[in-house]
Ligand binder design. Sequence first.
Ligand code: UN1
Length: 500
Amino acid sequence: MSIAEHVTEIFERIGAPVRFDAAGEIVCRTPIDGSELGRLAADTAASVGDKVGLAHAAFEQWRTVPAPARGAFVRELGELLREHKDDLGALVSIEAGKILSEGQGEVQEMIDICDLAVGLSRQLHGLTIASERPGHRMMEQWHPLGVVGVISAFNFPVAVWSWNAALAFVCGDSIVWKPSEKTVLTALACRALAEEAARRVGAPDGLLQVVVGAREVGEALVDDPRVPLVSATGSTRMGKQVAPRVAARLGRTLLELGGNNAAVIAPSADLDLAVRGIVFSAVGTAGQRCTSLRRVIVHESLKDELVQRLAAAYETLPIGSPLDAGTLVGPLIDESAAAGFAKAIDQARSDGGTLVAGGTTADGVEGGHYVHPAIVDMPAQTDIVKAETFAPVLYVLTYRDLDEAIALHNAVDQGLSSAIFTMDVREAELFVSATGSDCGIANVNIGTSGAEIGGAFGGEKDTGGGRESGSDAWRNYMRRATNTINYSTELPLAQGVDFG
Ligand code: UN1
């Protein structure tokens, strides 16, 4: 069966036959062999406006539904995701190129956030605050916000949408989703599942709109005043374009942008654990996670042994079709990603780096862009090490004392995820303290990638500052109202003001 036939079958099982349009501008491809799966018509600025209108109409109904009843919709979506986990996971593998286990893991991440959101639908609580005035009470309420614009990237084509969508839906919002042009099919599959969930529980039509296309489509969404929140995941470059446009109309953004994640390997580290943690974080998803490990900062006493063990592990990595059982490294998303990989390695070498593993193209499937993940031993943290290359290149740097390691660690523009491997509690605590890692995520004895949905996800500096997923990230999707209620017969003024 060809990959295109596989896709057709998946859509039939999901219950939404995909209707390709041979004249469409959006070319759906699989990075497995680069083949075309079909074409789809792109949206226009006008059709984006229409869809925002539909989403807004759905919002006006949805906000009147009690939050726990909104939870029933997300619970149904979670059930449908459980039912179609294998199919949607395979579609993620086909469209994004990640191995089957990671494709399914991505769907599991969606199921997990649905569970979290269903619970939250009964816990969207505000505070009650002591008033300074007699016979008065203050409280805050969290109300639905409106239409949320979601812009997502190719590498987590469905999970990142679901972090936003599951929370936004229980919060009483509707969504207009612009997926990456590289992963439109997975978005259409999610839309079909969300529509089925809505039908089953009687939620309003139109809660989820999908818009596809390039810049003009994204701009129409970002500029629309009916969209109070734009949640965007992607490159720092993209975030720096989106944020000022939304700010110009005083809208809100929630940004989850680039990372340049590092792990510090201290003298007391459990090296077996460190090697496994490093390999998964650096090589998983072929280095195309925003949380991928890109820098190892190792104590000089351990460097030779660590590098040798990593190089040995890299040598046996099974590279090939992500649909084959046993593959650990699938393809890069496209030719430009492969060119970025080669260019970064060339630059690192001309900065004095030594390639100690991989770095070349690999035999994968004809037509796809497969590479041997690279390890480059660097004499210093040069500009290329400070840049995020969205491919499996791992730079190794050394340190003498932990302050130096933390300074190196924090001396990049990005601030998403970080880790330390140490058995020394002082080092571990210092790393996660206010003067340690400056990232939104700081781990001890696990890698930088593969966060659970229960925690807030996101980072500082060029990573954009937003927090999605667990903890209190739901508040992003609501508006807060502070209410002061006078149950007395007097009208005392705050701050003791006397007004006659
Ligand atoms: C991303 O790459 O945009 O922590 C998200 C992780 C995943 C999410 C990554 N749970 O690696």
